[in-house]
Unconditional design. Structure first.
Length: 308
């Protein structure tokens, strides 16, 4: 086996662990279960994961739980903190409180009270004050013209399940990295005839750049595929579950995207009577700047929700 093939296999196995954590974050995640997901011996898994990701397995799981809880504190202001802690996989409110303050430098209550418009000062130190730098990077990449999005009301819809193949970028929302995973996905899917009329392009941005360090935000470029499709090493498959979603239709240039997400999360959600479900927000593309006659995005931003 060549060095390149071996490295690709190792990356693929580590990605399986990350997907397992994403899907089971609220559950017990012992080291042995993570090692099994990677098909590595538990004796060696810890060192392999740490060397390849820069985080220990326990540290990685804890960070994702804390970041999810930080998002929930902002998006579901009436939900009790203890309930949030337990839903994010913490064994008790006391354990959560200690971990949260150590990680973010403030208590969960202070975070909820004072965190407005991504202005929280955290111990992470790497999180930008806003998503502006990401938007500028993407705007430059796509050579788009600045324009606000067309304002359309947010609707509540039952969305179908999507089975997708994806190329993952685990190193932030920079334009080069986002471009690279889309090129990688298209480079595999195109020759295999997977861009059918029924196929949908979807992106999943797992992390809030106001909370997660910029270089650790996870972005998946996705394409719906039949269940029998088995992508090669370097790609993954996952299911986006069916269910109730708040859907924000967006048609415009990249500059308008932050306003669309702010309207969904900051304006609509707090007074909606709903809270985010335990699955990621995603966007289903109808057009991209490469295919739209005016170089616009046309997409539905889909936020999974449950009653508050």
């Amino acid at each position: 086996m060549s060095t390149e093939t071996s490295l690709t296999e190792y990356k693929h196995r580590i990605q399986r662990v990350i997907d397992h954590v994403n899907a089971h974050l609220a559950e017990d995640l012992p080291l042995e279960a993570l090692a099994d997901a990677a098909c590595f011996s538990s004796f060696h898994f810890h060192r392999i994961f740490t060397e390849m990701t820069g985080e220990t397995p326990v540290g990685f799981v804890n960070r994702l739980r804390l970041e999810r809880s930080a998002n929930m504190l902002l998006m579901a202001p009436s939900l009790p903190i203890t309930e949030i802690a337990l839903s994010c996989g913490f064994s008790s409110s006391a354990t959560f409180s200690r971990s949260f303050k150590k990680f973010f430098g403030v208590s969960a209550t202070e975070w909820r009270d004072k965190s407005k418009n991504c202005n929280t000062e955290s111990k992470i130190g790497k999180a930008p004050a806003s998503g502006r730098s990401y938007i500028e990077d993407v705007e430059s990449s796509l050579h788009t013209t600045i324009e606000r999005s067309t304002s359309v009301a947010i609707t509540i819809q039952q969305q179908p399940a999507y089975h997708v193949a994806y190329a993952a970028n685990l190193e932030g929302y920079e334009k080069k990295k986002i471009d690279a995973v889309w090129q990688k996905l298209c480079g595999w899917a195109g020759p295999h005839g997977l861009f059918t009329p029924e196929a949908k392009l979807i992106d999943v941005s797992f992390d809030n750049p106001c909370i997660t360090a910029k270089d650790k935000c996870r972005y998946y470029a996705c394409l719906t595929v039949p269940e029998e499709i088995r992508p090669p090493a370097g790609f993954g498959v996952m299911d986006l579950p069916a269910g109730l979603h708040a859907v924000k239709h967006f048609e415009g240039y990249v500059e308008g995207l932050p306003d669309a997400y702010r309207e969904l999360y900051g304006e609509w959600l707090p007074g909606s009577g709903y809270q985010p479900a335990n699955s990621p927000c995603y966007a289903v593309y109808s057009s991209t700047p490469d295919t739209h006659p005016e170089g616009k995005f046309v997409m539905d931003i889909c936020l999974p929700i449950i009653p508050l």
